[in-house]
Design a binder for this molecule. Structure first.
Ligand SMILES: Cc1ncc(COP(=O)(O)O)c(C=O)c1O
Length: 337
């Protein structure tokens, strides 16, 4: 397997993040379950997006850009991370958000977007869905009209650039596994726009690990993510094949991609009571806070899968905690205290 030469990155994430055992979860499920604490990549500028943004913003800087444009839901963790990262680097940030904001009710991630000084524009669901590219272009053009040079980051920073974030995380995991003396059977994360899974799947395959990388989908179905994750890998190869050592030699078509879409529940950002109960249980029993949009759903999927004995070969299972705590605040009324 080729050794990869990484492109430039701007250090933003506090890494390496810890890997540790979840003793009460492991006891309850009869399988050792570990957590990779990517919810600790920072305080407000935190979660999985920070790893991706390190590479996206390095590209932006290399192209001489002085503004960022990106998009997502009103409670997008990615947009909040971009808003804060942009503020840190002195870049203007314009966010194209899906949904309509109630007056004076900015909470969770949206609250932090405003705090970070991002320019927030919101669009009704139908318009956002049918014309996202147009909305991003409009945002970029209006910044250009002000004499700025914007860099557009796609949803979730999931593209051929963002993949590097979780390729880097896999190098970290290799050290974590060696230090813990484990060879995991499964590596699990939430899949929302596909980039985290693309990086983890590609990285684990390049390392020759036995571990199966499983993404629990939180919005779209398996077929969608099979395409999306593969498309990100192809774009990565196209973009970096002639620039970064080892990339051209990778057979991206051979990388296994495993998506489980059975636990999406009522829809994106909407979860069943079982997810909220589990979030509460995990906070009370392991001191770890998940969110109802991504990590809570993925952990619920993992729990159900292990409890039903669907992974008889499960040995050491690693859950990548991708962050998202601010989205939990925005759904506080769903918790029955
Ligand atoms: C907290 C959190 N976890 C997981 C994900 C999913 O990661 P990805 O978009 O790379 O699939 C996201 C974003 O979509 C997220 O904000």
């Amino acid at each position: 397997m080729p050794t990869l030469g990484f492109p430039p990155r701007i250090p933003l994430a506090h890494t390496p993040t810890p890997l540790h055992l979840l003793p009460r979860v492991s006891e309850a499920l009869g399988v050792r379950v570990w957590v990779k604490r990517d919810d600790l990549t920072g305080s407000a500028l935190t979660g999985n997006k920070v790893r991706k943004l390190e590479f996206c913003l390095a590209q932006a800087r290399a192209q001489g850009c002085d503004a960022l444009v990106t998009c997502g839901g009103l409670q997008s963790n990615h947009c909040r991370a971009t808003a804060l990262a942009g503020a840190r680097l002195g870049l203007r940030v314009r966010l194209v958000l899906r949904g309509e904001e109630g007056a004076g009710t900015a909470d969770g991630n949206l609250f932090l977007d405003y705090l970070a000084g991002a320019e927030v524009t919101t669009f009704p669901l139908a318009e956002y869905r049918s014309n996202l590219q147009g909305l991003l272009q409009d945002a970029a053009r209006s910044l250009e009209a002000e004499g700025l040079s914007p860099f557009v980051i796609p949803t979730g920073a999931s593209d051929g650039i963002g993949i590097w974030g979780y390729l880097g995380a896999v190098d970290e995991l290799a050290n974590d596994f060696a230090a813990a003396g484990i060879e995991p059977s499964h590596i699990v994360s939430a899949t929302g726009s596909g980039g985290t899974q693309a990086g983890l799947s590609l990285g684990a395959w390049l390392k020759g690990w036995q571990a199966k990388v499983v993404g629990f989908a939180v919005c779209d179905n398996e077929a969608y993510f099979q395409n999306k994750v593969r498309a990100d890998m192809r774009e990565w190869q196209q973009r970096f094949g002639g620039i970064c050592e080892g990339v051209a030699e990778v057979d991206v078509e051979a990388v296994p991609v495993s998506v489980d879409d059975r636990f999406i529940g009522p829809g994106y950002a909407r979860a069943d009571a079982g997810v909220f109960d589990l979030i509460r249980w995990l906070a009370a029993n392991e001191g770890i806070v998940l969110d109802p949009v991504y990590t809570g759903k993925a952990f619920y999927g993992l729990w159900q899968t292990l409890e039903r004995g669907e992974w008889p070969d499960a040995r050491d299972v690693v859950f990548v905690h991708t962050g998202g705590i601010f989205g939990t605040f925005a759904q506080r009324e769903q918790f029955a205290f």
